[in-house]
Write a protein that binds this ligand. Structure first.
Ligand code: GLP
Length: 251
């Protein structure tokens, strides 16, 4: 059973996440943060950067692991999740970039034709998370179809990090980041699995706006099912879902 917090806006949600993570870092300077891309966590990263600077918190030992990445984009591509995580989290917080990992990093922008390399990259990523002692706080967004990371409906709830084909709808949704041309959107990705995500000690899922209302209701009140990968949060002992009134409107 996840706890649900209804807030007025993204800034308020961001403050809740930021306070929790800032206190964690004070207590555990080498904290391991689970990071996500998408628009939902942006206010939370901004709030955390604000607290870190205002309270002069030492983040030099903080480690980070991102959820997912496109396959086949050079790491320097502005839409690669490597570049996005560095732009939105590493730089504003002043983290040590060498301690922040994105699943595709070890592929060095390898294309889908490097199947074997990619197949090994998933389990290797899970091993590096485990070697770091596991994720302390994992921030999550949610897709309108209930996906988390790139675990689209139908993904195994026990899955580890692995290569996936992107759903056509997700490619269409994300075309806005690729000159509005779906042909520019990569066809594959590497994503932490639901099983990987569930190993984090605290999950914080953020969802805002009416478009997320159905997925949030399914996540919180629906049956636990691969048809809504986010519903796996019900299986987690410490999951916090922070939503605005619009995203909570179907609860
Ligand atoms: C993408 C990302 C997800 C993210 C989702 C929703 O598919 N891979 O991690 O949660 O988009 O994005 P947004 O927060 O912008 O609505």
């Amino acid at each position: 059973m996840a706890e649900v917090i209804i807030v007025n806006n993204q800034e308020e949600a961001g403050q809740i996440y930021a306070r929790c993570v800032a206190d964690l870092i004070k207590e555990k300077p080498e904290a391991v943060l689970g990071l996500a891309t998408g628009s939902s966590p942006l206010a939370a990263y901004e709030a955390l950067a604000g607290i870190v600077h205002d309270e002069n918190i030492d983040v030099s030992k903080v480690r980070g692991f991102a959820l997912d990445e496109y396959i086949g984009l050079p790491l320097t591509h502005p839409q690669s999740y490597h570049a996005t995580i560095h732009r939105t989290v590493v730089e504003p917080l002043g983290l040590n970039p060498e301690l922040v990992h994105v699943p595709g990093d070890m592929l060095n922008g390898a294309g889908i034709e490097n199947g074997e390399k990619i197949a090994l990259a998933g389990p290797a990523y899970d091993r590096s998370i485990a070697a770091a002692g596991g994720v302390d706080v994992q921030i999550l967004g949610i897709g309108t179809d209930g996906h988390v990371g790139f675990n689209e409906p139908g993904s195994s709830l026990a899955s580890g990090t692995r290569i996936k084909t992107l759903a056509e709808q997700t490619r269409i949704d994300n075309a806005r980041f690729f000159d509005d041309d779906v042909n520019n959107v990569p066809t594959h990705c590497i994503t932490q699995g639901i099983g990987t995500i569930l190993k984090a000690r605290h999950l914080v899922l953020l969802a805002f706006g009416k478009g997320k209302a159905e997925a949030v209701a399914e996540t919180v009140e629906g049956g636990v099912s691969a048809f809504c990968p986010a519903s796996a949060l019900q299986l987690h002992p410490h999951a916090t879902i922070i939503v605005d009134a619009a995203a909570a409107s179907r609860l």
